[in-house]
Design a protein around this ligand. Structure first.
Ligand code: CAA
Length: 258
């Protein structure tokens, strides 16, 4: 399917989705969010795709929701359309693993989009922020909730109340990103991680994703039980037999998602 605001390529079992509004630093307008939702859903249903990478440009992953599109909206329009409601849900319902490869600005909705992915690999030029307070609003795509879970209350409050940006080193120290690499190596690193994931059994990859995400939604006791039951259930799969046999036979496992 042809898109206007994103570019999608599928290669070696990885769907690479590139945000493509260079004149607006990839600001997330309705069209981009709609196309991103469609592309993610197609990738999720495509048997050839085993992992998804979302990226932007060198200068900006995304500089936020599109301020120009929102500026004249009224409370009634925002409230009755439940603005952003669908988009957040569309991304977090994707079952296959999603990596955000972030270079440059990831601000406002851009930071929130990165946080909706399963993990973030950042270039050393990355800058994260929730500067909505400078516009007389607050985050609306999950920033107050997800950033707080990633980095804790103190740093999250600091980011949301002062609107300051966090550089890549601070983001890694705080647990917001999993790895920081030199800018030139960002896509190799992200695609390499995606390839590694693509080699695993899709059954265990999806189970791992669901179990980690459950940690944000439930008590420790319930989460531990949920994990243990998923772990038990994987013993019903051929991939578990293959994975453990391959270990004993000192060879690479050949997973078949069965
Ligand atoms: N929405 C719409 N357009 C944007 C934009 C945004 N969020 N961010 C940048 N642009 C546009 C600029 O208007 C400019 O367009 P023109 O050339 O037509 O004027 C173009 O992108 C380049 O931007 P700058 O000239 O500003 O580039 P810069 O290098 O001087 O500054 C920047 C870069 C610091 C990221 C600055 O663009 C900026 O502060 N952007 C806004 C960041 C922001 O406030 N994000 C939060 C948005 S609200 C939100 O996201 C709500 C939510 O929670 C969902």
């Amino acid at each position: 399917m042809a898109f206007e605001t994103i570019i999608v390529e599928v290669e070696d079992h990885v769907a690479l989705i590139k945000l493509n509004r260079p004149d607006a630093l990839n600001a997330l307008n309705s069209e981009l969010l709609k196309e991103l939702g469609q592309a993610l859903s197609e990738a999720d249903q495509n048997d050839k795709v085993r992992c998804i990478v979302i990226t932007g440009s060198e200068k900006a992953f995304a500089a936020g929701a599109d301020i120009k599109e929102m500026s004249e909206k009224t409370f009634v329009e925002m409230f009755l359309s439940d603005f952003f409601g669908d988009h957040g849900d569309a991304i977090t319902k994707i079952r296959k693993p999603i990596i955000a490869a972030v270079s440059g600005y990831a601000l406002g909705g851009g930071c929130e989009l990165a946080m909706m992915c399963d993990f973030i690999i950042a270039s050393d030029t990355a800058k994260f922020g929730q500067p909505e307070i400078n516009l007389g609003v607050i985050a609306g795509l999950g920033g107050t909730q997800r950033l707080t879970r990633y980095v804790g209350k103190s740093k999250s409050m600091d980011m949301h109340l002062t609107g300051r940006f966090m550089d890549a080193d601070e983001a890694e120290r705080s647990g917001l990103v999993s790895r920081v690499v030199p800018g030139k190596k960002l896509m190799d690193e992200a695609m390499g991680a995606a390839q590694k994931i693509a080699e695993k059994s899709m059954l265990s990859a999806i189970a791992a994703k669901e179990a980690v995400n459950r940690a944000y939604e439930t008590t420790l006791t319930e989460g531990l039980l949920y994990e243990r039951r998923l772990f038990h259930s994987l013993f019903a799969t051929e991939d578990q037999k293959e994975g453990m046999a391959a270990f004993a036979e000192k060879r690479q496992a050949q997973f078949r998602d069965k």
